[in-house]
Design a protein around this ligand. Structure first.
Ligand code: F6R
Length: 607
């Protein structure tokens, strides 16, 4: 999400930092800042807004010097503001940070009890306090101080730390958030992404999980969190700058499909309490006694996530749920009011129809909860409460990682409500939460085996139309699969509830129609298998998305994509992945403009 650049050398750091950050702009951010050492201390210049605003500020408050760190922030903890922008400076220590410190609440209390004063709402500032505390205790080696501070934090992070008392050194640490070191001649660079420093050097060391890296002008030293030295040869990068922005993937969409295990893990971080069999929704506390039903309003892919939400929340909490398209609901003079919880789901937080529906709901006295991917965007600001997915900026117009993180949000909301309605008992909650935590690895297994979907896409990519079938929580996934395919490949596709097939769409089936059937193991498995047999009997070509170990499906499908098993409520998070890959590879095969399909915009701020 955020961008990191660090420099130690002989040239002016500010220019290098700002140029590097500019290369990361495509990732999205809402504030920016630098800290540059000069003449005994570092100067921090930072502000809300774009890099142009920072550059303007730097004209008035120049930051000369040849050691520095720079950051673009995409807000997660604390709204976008000057105070929350990085770097954060405490005493002689300046810190920039990507990721989330999971135990920030406990740390804040501990530091406050020790007399620390805070100047921002961020979790990052806490880390600056922790390092500064070590330095104050007498640790002169910055690497040792950072190592001691790291022992106190949990979460996913990449930090870069600078100490006014030793401007020759930058210390960085990585845990589940990307970080690279670029090697120059008498100068070295740190960045969250190769793109940021590719114009300066192509000799790159990829920092690995659980590593600390100490960087001076002419030396780079790697160690693990226990202080054990590590060594690694630099790699020479041959990608072009544009390829590097996409991390070597051909399109942003493919990159974002592959990012999903990460973004799902980020959305879970700090929210699951396996000891109390409960979840936390960023301070949102919902009391099921206070509302009689839940109404979801959303558009497009967010609407499909809401339909999965209906299935999950009703199953876990037994609270009645309705789902509506925001553009329909708002013009229907909806029957809504006090006692209703309206949940507005929007990746961008800016969709005009969803926003208007929120206004309508509020005007009629309902409580509104927003689920969004963009902190402080319009819909969460308008709503009474909000909690966020942490997918990071989504660049590809076709939504992928935003969707799976919305499904995670639905599961978290379902557990939250289920525990409070009393329907979801502790042992079932524990089992489900355990399954949730296993999802990122299972998702990785699926997205890493894209070659099978690429081969299927080649075999069926010439078809004039596709049908997607699913039942229960897989019905919205059939809708989503069809939407993805038509958006980026311009092939007509329909998503249908499998049980509805005999009421009409069965007329479409012949040997030229590929039918993608979502048939994971579960309560309606046998019913879907019967629907699949009906397709097969009419010579339709069946692509089955099934559960690994399903031996019965073999004889009745033309292609079988096997997925790891998980709880029924969570299966949509896995079954959508092959559909995203299938759409991507069909579109790639056809040569369409995948990241910016014709006629589509990323954020639909008009009616
Ligand atoms: C499809 C897609 C759109 C959006 C829709 C709502 O891939 O991206 O259908 O889901 O425009 O957007 P948000 O979620 O930003 O309100």
């Amino acid at each position: 999400m955020c961008g990191i650049v660090g420099y130690v050398g002989a040239r002016q750091a500010t220019l290098i930092l700002v140029n590097g950050l500019r290369k990361l702009e495509y990732r999205g951010y809402d504030s920016a800042g630098v800290a540059v050492w000069n003449d005994g201390q570092s100067r921090v210049v930072r502000c809300r807004g774009k890099l142009a605003a920072l550059e303007e500020k730097l004209i008035k408050e120049p930051a000369p010097g040849s050691t520095g760190i720079g950051h673009t922030r995409w807000a997660t903890h604390g709204r976008p503001s000057d105070e929350n922008a990085h770097p954060h400076k405490v005493g002689s220590i300046s810190v920039i940070h990507n990721g989330i410190i999971e135990n920030h609440l406990a740390l804040r209390q501990e530091l406050a009890a020790g007399g620390s004063k805070f100047t921002s709402e961020t979790d990052t500032e806490l880390f600056a306090h922790l390092v500064e505390r070590e330095v104050r205790k007498g640790t002169t080696d910055l690497t040792a101080a950072v190592r001691a501070a790291l022992a106190k934090v949990h979460g996913a992070y990449a930090f870069v730390v600078m100490n006014d008392k030793d401007p020759s050194t930058l210390v960085a640490a990585k845990n589940a958030s990307p970080m690279v070191v670029g090697l120059g001649d008498g100068e070295n660079f740190i960045a969250s992404d190769v793109t940021a420093i590719l114009s300066e050097t192509r000799k790159i060391i990829f920092v690995e999980e659980g590593e600390i890296v100490t960087v001076t002008r002419d030396k780079v030293t790697l160690s693990d969190f226990d202080g054990k030295p590590r060594t690694r040869e630099p790699k020479t990068i041959t990608w072009s700058a544009t390829q590097a922005e996409k991390a070597g993937f051909k399109h942003y969409m493919l990159k974002e499909i592959h990012e999903q295990p990460r973004s799902v893990a980020d959305t879970l971080v700090g929210r699951v309490d396996l000891e109390k069999d409960d979840v936390y929704l960023d301070g949102v506390e919902l009391d099921p006694k206070k509302f009689k039903r839940i109404i979801f309003i959303a558009c497009g892919t967010s609407y499909h996530a809401s339909l999965v939400g209906e299935f999950i929340i009703e199953a876990l909490s037994r609270i009645p749920v309705e789902v509506d398209l925001a553009s329909e609901w708002r013009y229907r003079d909806p029957i809504v009011g006090p006692g209703d919880l309206v949940v507005a789901v929007s990746q961008s937080g800016e969709t005009a129809d969803t926003m208007a529906a929120v206004r309508e709901a509020k005007a009629k006295g309902a409580q509104v909860l927003a689920i969004s991917n963009v902190l402080e965007s319009s819909i969460p600001r308008l709503a009474d409460m909000a909690f966020y997915t942490h997918a990071g900026p989504e660049i590809g117009v076709a939504s992928t990682k935003a969707f799976t993180t919305q499904l995670i949000a639905m599961a978290l909301l379902g557990v939250h409500l289920g525990r409070r309605s009393g329907h979801l008992k502790a042992p079932q909650a524990r089992e489900l939460l355990h399954e949730l935590m296993l999802l990122p690895q299972k998702m990785k297994d699926i997205v890493d085996s894209g070659a099978q979907l690429q081969a299927i896409a080649r075999r069926y990519g010439h078809a004039k139309g596709f049908l997607f079938l699913g039942r229960g929580a897989q019905y919205p996934i059939a809708l989503e699969g069809a939407l993805k395919l038509k958006e980026i490949s311009y092939i007509h596709a329909e998503g249908y509830a499998a049980g509805e097939m005999k009421h009409g769409p069965i007329a479409l089936i012949d040997e030229n129609l590929p039918v993608v059937v979502l048939v994971p193991r579960g309560p309606v498995y046998d019913k879907v298998v019967s629907n699949l047999a009906e397709v097969r009997a009419r010579q339709g070509k069946v692509v089955a998305i099934a559960t690994r170990g399903d031996v019965d499906i073999g004889g009745i499908a033309d292609e079988i994509v096997m997925l790891p098993d998980t709880a029924v409520e969570l299966q949509p998070i896995l079954t959508v992945l092959p559909l995203q890959l299938l759409s991507y590879y069909v579109a790639d095969f056809k040569g369409t403009d995948i990241d910016q399909p014709r006629n589509l915009a990323k954020s639909v701020t008009v009616e």
